[in-house]
Write a protein that binds this ligand. Structure first.
Ligand code: GUN
Ligand code: ZN
Length: 478
């Protein structure tokens, strides 16, 4: 039995298998020196727990009245090198954006010094914004990708690091590898990371997307992932032009999902970004394989790629997490992703209701000016209907935490405050001195959470823990 290193008392909010948003007030949680949650109980049991776990009750860290702990957020899809140009260049659609903005900048990461400056900034910024786990794309450069892994490990972030694989690039030929290089360098990358024996940083096999990989490369990467039991990430069905090009390049495959599936790249350790245009048949394959979708609504909107119908994917019981997709997405913060996910689902709902109404001329006459856009006047319970069909803030909260851990198949390690998991957590202070919102009166914990999710930012994140280690505020020497 490891000794207890932290005991916290106050309010904890997390998702459980049965509840998107469980709020536990006046609870007490202990973390051992290995970073694991060893007890999580009603605070009435404090004295008994103190005896059993041999801690001094005066060492308990008590939260302020409005403070609460929530699980650390999980970014299931982020391009670390693209932080260089975040917030710029989004006037072009995906394929042109890759050609004119992304590839030229990623190419400069052959210089390890450029890479290490940006990567240090990215890891610090994401941690400060509450991202305790990040699933990163780096670039095609192995040494710079190793630097990203070193940096995440040094700052204590839980991370998957992908050395990007591309053996086909018609539009920016300089930024490309041969198939042999791509395979050899991926092997070197995986071996290098294994040797480092990081606690919480792992390699992830990363074919960029089907357009930038030959069938042979996809096949070899699939084999490699399976041989070493590695995670896999890529992009899928993000934009109509991209899908058209994939089907042109891979005429022997019936759809985009088949391109990855037949090359053994869809496993229960796979996370595919976007998936806006996946058909129900393709979603079914995802479900069967246990592969996950990283929902990246900021990027989907910013690059005018499309919308993912989250509810439909969830109804197909496909695992799902959220992704910032920096810098197709312009925000490093998963709080932004939560908001965009809710808004994107409301846009789909309104558009659908509108077209349903206009498809029926008689109905159109009857309902004109009766109900606001988006609410189906035909349904006596318009609001109920609305609640069922749009993503709630509680569901979005789950996607950002437990959903992400399921998507990355690390839900046995993190994602909520279950005893036995590692303590990845954010200490939220809604009353921070420079908070971007006010708490005027006694409001419920549920309302506090909503305010934070809709209005809060890093100023409200008083501390960030990964596996029990306090990683934000940064140590003075970091
Ligand atoms: N598809 C292939 N590469 C990329 C990328 O860097 N960003 C996004 N959003 N989609 C991609
Ligand atoms: Zn991406």
């Amino acid at each position: 039995m490891d000794a207890v290193q932290h005991v916290f008392k106050g309010t904890f909010i997390h998702s459980t298998p049965r509840c998107d948003c469980e709020i536990l007030e006046d609870h007490i949680l202990g973390v051992d020196t290995a970073g694991k949650i060893v007890f999580f109980e009603d605070a009435q049991k404090q004295s008994k727990l103190a005896q059993k776990w041999k801690f001094d009750e005066s060492d308990i860290q008590e939260l302020g009245k409005n403070e609460f702990f929530m699980p650390g957020m999980i970014d299931t899809h982020i391009h670390a090198p693209q932080y260089t140009f975040i917030g710029t260049g989004m006037e072009r659609p995906l394929l042109e954006w890759l050609e004119y903005t992304t590839f030229p900048i990623e190419d400069t990461f052959s210089d390890v010094e450029i890479a290490s400056n940006i990567y240090r900034t990215v890891v610090r910024r994401t941690l400060k914004f509450g991202t305790t786990t990040a699933c990163y794309f780096a670039t095609i450069h192995t040494d710079a990708s190793i630097v990203l892994a070193d940096t995440a490990s040094q700052y204590g972030q839980r991370a998957f690091i992908g050395k990007v694989c591309m053996d086909h690039n018609d539009v920016y030929e300089k930024y490309c590898e041969t198939s042999e290089e791509s395979i050899r360098e991926t092997e070197r990358f995986v071996e290098a990371l294994k040797k480092k024996k990081y606690d919480r940083v792992k390699p992830i096999i990363t074919p960029r997307f089907a357009i930038s990989c030959s069938e042979r490369l996809l096949n070899e990467l699939g084999k490699l992932a399976n041989e070493h039991d590695l995670h896999i990430q890529s992009h899928i069905s993000e934009s109509p032009a991209e899908i058209k090009e994939v089907l042109r390049l891979f005429p022997g495959y019936k759809n985009y999902t088949e391109v990855y599936n037949r090359n053994k790249l869809l496993t229960n350790k796979t996370v595919m970004a976007h998936g806006c245009y996946l058909t129900n048949e393709e979603l079914h394959v995802f479900r069967e394989r246990g592969a996950a979708i990283s929902h990246c609504p900021n990027s989907n909107i910013s690059l005018c790629s499309g919308h993912l119908d989250v509810q439909n994917a969830l109804n197909h019981r496909v695992k799902m997490g959220l992704g910032t997709d920096v810098a197709g997405g312009y925000s490093m913060s998963l709080l932004d992703t939560i908001r965009k996910a809710i808004e994107a689902s409301k846009i789909i709902f309104m558009e659908r209701s509108k077209s349903e109404r206009y498809n029926n001329e008689t109905e159109k006459e009857q309902k004109k000016n009766v109900m606001p856009e988006g609410i189906n006047a035909d349904d006596q319970n318009g609001i109920l209907q609305f609640e069922k069909k749009v993503l709630s803030y509680k569901e979005a909260f789950r996607l950002a935490t437990m959903g992400g851990s399921e998507a990355l198949s690390i839900d046995h390690l993190t994602g909520n405050f279950e005893v036995g998991k590692e303590f990845d957590a954010l200490l939220i202070n809604p009353d921070a001195i420079d908070s971007p919102f006010e708490v005027f009166s006694d409001i419920s914990k549920e309302e506090l959470l909503q305010r934070f999710l809709y209005l809060g930012d890093d100023r409200n994140i008083r501390a960030v823990y990964v596996a029990g280690r306090c990683v934000v505020p940064f140590p003075s020497n970091a």
